[in-house]
Design a protein around this ligand. Structure first.
Ligand SMILES: NC(=O)c1ccc[n+]([C@@H]2O[C@H](COP(=O)([O-])OP(=O)(O)OC[C@H]3O[C@@H](n4cnc5c(N)ncnc54)[C@H](O)[C@@H]3O)[C@@H](O)[C@H]2O)c1
Length: 419
């Protein structure tokens, strides 16, 4: 029997999730049935319902209130709103006995994440976090290679990303501290990826900056939107309606040292205000070699170096047991992949399809989803450990942040949130 689903939040990511669901159904997985959509801005819900009618063959009902969902037979919701609403909507869904998948960041603050975890546990329902980067087949392979000890014992990781200048990143809210801020919005992918690859982060010390307090939106004056600033082509039309420039309140750069429980040390630079040469680097160095990782969702192969020499053999031969899950294998064209060649939208749909399949399997089987509330909260806590550390100008542990012992940065955010 199919799981009747509602998408709550019909903006950019709501439309991308719909395309992921359609991709999953085209590949033969029909466990989830979209029967309702909901958005506080009705035209967004109408747009999603119309696209669903065209791609899934049936228009979902537009609802204004979550309380209307059980009467439609809905048992699961997919929350793709902006972050401040995640925890209130999730808790309302749990109170109605619904299962929840929620976009990253799981919530705006660690305390809000923990409220969601408690509500899920009390309701006995699935709480899954839609973290997509780790599900990239290239990242799956990287993790398998590290676990097989191909580079020996990891010693340090370099994660550098620099670019963006003073342009708006996708939308105004991403630059507002009370809505998320870039460092939470993007950084939560990276804290999750770092833990996915190297295990728990223990503590960190960071400096953060707001380099570009005024952000420009070239789309407002009719300029073409760069593809990287309009992922999957779902934001461009709305960017033309956003202000041509605005004041940013959230920091846009961080420079940090990150210490992992196993002794690995990381250097994390995430600078969304770079005007110089764009930079991407995710390199993990170990006692035998290093692994150079491409930008997530590009399908570019990993580069392995052993004893100072580029490794030219097949990486898959080093991990004979490595297999992608059946849904990823069907969607990406094989259970054992070293690379893939798809455009961004096609890759995006496939990764979101894999998230949906994991959510459906967790509901049907009772097993935990891959990214559960605890891991979703750790990824958020990882970002706030960095922001709290910068504010206090001292190292901060994830444990302190999860225990609420360090929350100075988050206090005004918690005060602004509905319970
Ligand atoms: N995993 C990824 O790669 C990825 C990429 C982009 C966005 N996201 C995440 O997806 C979420 C949404 O981002 P987006 O880019 O779609 O933003 P968006 O602004 O395009 O869309 C958000 C939608 O939520 C609606 N909304 C806000 N509060 C609501 C509420 N209380 N009830 C009902 N609807 C409400 C808005 O009206 C809007 O339609 C964010 O958490 C973001 O971080 C993830």
């Amino acid at each position: 029997m199919s799981i009747r689903l509602a998408i709550i939040g019909c903006g950019g990511m709501g439309h991308r999730h719909l395309r992921g669901l359609a991709r999953l159904q085209q590949a033969g997985w029909r466990d989830l049935e979209l029967v309702a959509v909901c958005d506080q801005h009705r035209p967004h819900a109408e747009s999603l319902a119309a696209e669903a009618a065209a791609t899934l063959g049936r228009a979902p009902q537009i609802v204004a209130d979550l309380a209307d969902l059980p009467a439609l037979g809905v048992v699961a919701v997919d929350i793709t709103t902006t972050p401040p609403a995640h925890h209130t909507l999730a808790c309302a869904a749990f109170a109605l006995g619904l299962h929840v998948m929620v976009e990253k960041p799981m919530a705006l603050t660690v305390r809000a994440c923990q409220t969601m975890q408690r509500a899920a546990a009390a309701a006995g329902r699935v709480l899954s976090v839609a973290e997509n980067y780790r599900r990239d087949p290239i990242n799956r392979l990287a993790r398998a290679l590290l676990a097989a000890g191909v580079i020996g014992q990891p010693r340090f990781v370099i994660h550098h990303t620099v670019g963006g200048g003073d342009e708006m990143l996708i939308s105004v809210w991403r630059h507002q501290k009370d809505q998320s801020g870039i460092l939470l919005d993007v950084g939560v992918h990276y804290t999750d990826m770092l833990e996915y690859l190297l295990g728990p982060i223990e503590r960190c010390y960071a400096q953060v900056r707001l380099h570009e307090p005024i952000r420009r939106n070239p789309a407002a004056s009719g300029a073409a939107v760069a593809a990287g600033n309009d992922p999957a082509g779902v934001y461009g039309a709305r960017q033309r309606q956003m202000p041509a420039s605005f004041r940013a309140t959230a920091e846009d750069a961080l420079y940090a040292t990150v210490c992992f429980a196993d002794g690995t040390v990381g250097q994390l630079i995430e600078d969304h205000a770079g005007h110089g040469a764009p930079l991407w680097s995710r390199q993990i160095h170990g006692s035998r070699g290093s692994l150079d990782m491409p930008v997530d969702r590009t399908g570019v192969p990993l580069q392995l170096t052993i004893a100072g020499q580029p490794y030219t053999g097949s990486l898959l031969e080093l991990v004979p047991e490595f297999q992608l899950d059946p849904v990823s294998a069907a969607l990406f064209g094989g259970a054992r992949l070293e690379h893939y060649q798809l455009d961004f939208a096609a890759t995006d749909q496939r990764l979101l399809a894999v998230e949906y399949a994991d959510f459906a399997a967790a509901i049907s089987s009772g097993r935990a989803p891959e990214v559960d509330g605890a891991q979703g909260a750790r990824a958020v806590a990882g970002v706030y450990a960095l922001l709290e550390s910068a504010l206090l100008d001292r190292p901060v542990s994830i444990a302190e942040v999860l225990a609420g012992q360090v929350a100075t940065y988050q206090q005004p955010l918690d005060a602004s949130l509905a319970d």
